[in-house]
Design a protein around this ligand. Sequence first.
Ligand code: CIR
Length: 254
Amino acid sequence: MLIAMTRGVSPDMGRCELTHLAREVIDLDLARAQHRQYEACLAALGCEIRRLPPEPALPDSVFVEDTALVLDELALIARPGAASRRPETQSVAEALKPYRSLATIQAPGTLDGGDVLRIGRALYVGLSSRSDPAGLEQLRAAVAPWGYTVRGVPVDGCLHLKSAVTQVAEDTLLINPAWVDSSAFGNLNLLEVDPSEPLAANALLIDTTVLFPAAYPSTRRRLEEQGISVKVVEVSELAKAEGGVTCCSLIFNE
Ligand code: CIR
């Protein structure tokens, strides 16, 4: 069974971290409704939703993806690059303990889950404003016993690696080549976002369906033209906090 760990929207989300976006007013009620709809989509795609305890004082705590990397063999608790986000990890570690043995990124290394793209047994790690080479090396050491390859990929112009590239089918990545070097991804097929939608590369693949933001219809058409099944979700308020569809869950096999 697939588990999707999520966490509700903090009442303080208006004070979230922002790196590439200007601050806009977030409608909290709408954000909560969109988040519930997101959870409902995950449930409809076969995920069992496990809600983490709320963290009302932590503005970005809905973005649970950044707090950990959950592999079949272990869970690695992240050390987010933004200091305001580090207190989010404790409750995530507690919640993951029943499912996996845990390793933890140690100071001064930093790693955000949003910077780790897993394709089979290859882990691509964004070297971004949030994740640094020391974090990457700790990740490499933690997963070495299970034969994962780890490759650093510089990210420029966006928040995380998965803002620039995500998996949308077994052998296909959706990518914004302006933010990450396409040649890093070897033999995989690359589908580019529509140039008018630079933020559209963050998609969430569950089995053979892609959960995808309503805001990017031109890129959605590109996905559908490739025969990819797309489930659209409205996440406008979460996007104002610089979050996308991968960020709001940790998905793993029970
Ligand atoms: C942050 O800047 O950390 C949050 N406002 C947004 C995090 C989005 N997470 C993600 O893309 N994995």
